[in-house]
Write a protein of this length. Sequence first.
Length: 557
Amino acid sequence: MLTIRVDLLVGTYYATAFNDRDRGEWPPHPARLFSALVAQWADQDPQDDDELAALMWLEHQGPPDLVCDDEARVARRAVLTNFVAVNDASSVGLLDRQYQKLEAAEIEALANSGSDRSAVKAQKALAKAASASVTASQREATKPGTSRVGLEVLPDERGKQPRTFPAVTPELPTVRFVWPAADPSPDQLRVLDALLGRVGRLGHSSSLVAVSLEQTDVGESAYRPDPAGDVSLRVPVAGLTEALRSAHQQHQGIHPRVLPNQVVTYSGGKASRPVPTGSYEDGSWVVLRIVPPEGGDEANERALLRDVPLTKSLPWSRSIRGAILRHASSENAYLGGHDAETGKPLKGDHPAVVALGFVDHEHADGRVSAFAVIPPRDITDSQWAALGAAMVEWRRKGLRLYTGRGGAVQLEVVEADRVSWAATPARWTQAGRMWRSVTPVALDRFPKGLRSDDPAKRRRGEAQASETVARAVTQQGLPAPARVWCHSASGMRGSAPFDRFVPYRHGGSKGRQLLSTHVSVLFDEPVGGPLLIGAGRHLGYGLMAPVAETADELEAS
């Protein structure tokens, strides 16, 4: 058996899927690892014949098994388009050929500086090249827009090309490639170990790795070669080393290229098992952001957002929901959470208005970057149409929001590539086993002793509150939690203790105030978001975020 271990040093794997430029590659393809090994061999001067022989041996070992997290245990970052400055300016390239000819003529003239016919000929060629370069410069200088083009030589003025950087973050940042039938000799292991130790990245240059041989049992494979499988991976095959060498002669590591490969289907193992999700949509969100005043700037926008910390977001969510209802011409009872015939509160879910705050980051300050209108998964076509029509009508009338403080705020509907990470659906929908509340959970029952100074009474109250939270989770269509913890504080940087939030009142600002608490929820298997629980979920209370903490850490906290 041969096992190669790859540790993702930054915890995230940056590589683009070969058949989808907007999707991150997972699992890492065996051919990508093999290509990295060939590159390390080729970079050595002189190139090692023993390493080449080891690579030739490896490419004959067939497709490996993969031991790594399956699709259910990886989080995929939303792909945003970034515009990256090009390394050269087009204005320089316009005259480059003329200058190259002039330089060549100067070199020829210096080489023939005598008085014979060749020297005279070289001087005439130099004069002709100099005249041509002057003419070309004058011609380009008089073209319309030349001053604008000329500024491209400055870094801030260079043109920008769209780039995407898909990323995948597994729960366990380790991938093992296993050839069960391989039987390498001690010399081959020694050579491969030295070669593997020089591999520093896999995929994008920011995808740093440590690669090594592993001798211990690595457990059950998540992906195995299978003609009937539904996962396509590129794998090393006989002749791949030579194909990579030939391809490099063409692209020289500079020009665009495609990795020579053979695609083999794998069975995905656990990857075929769907990840349970809650009752709210993991996409199709309407994201609203505050617009700076006319003539304002980014500093003005930040000043506005300082007035909307998570702790004070509830009135804003109520105002946004109210504005949607005022502009709805149909299904407005449903959009407000009531049965159209009886007027009673709906038992199921209706669209939620959720404040998306900046949390769980070293610089997190808990400020609201945007509000999202999140529909439930079971929304009907007519209800979708009513929500869309209400938003269209509101936008037609200017998307003004009256905050109740004597003024109005301008909002705008923004696309995913124009908002911060905190406001993207991907931030809140990635799968995880452990979830923590960002905003407190409003309990629809009143556990006795939850705030008691008596430890015994408080424990009984926390047990009752945990049961209420567990029931709220299963009402979302999710599996029953393995554990639920109640806290006074969130534990998420940027959030705040429950008692600093505007109290949630059932039935409106003058209704009955409900008890609230922060919670942590542990599932046996990963579940997907968004996860909104509790009585205040339709207004953004009970918003949960996946975290990496373990049950042991929570017990100790």
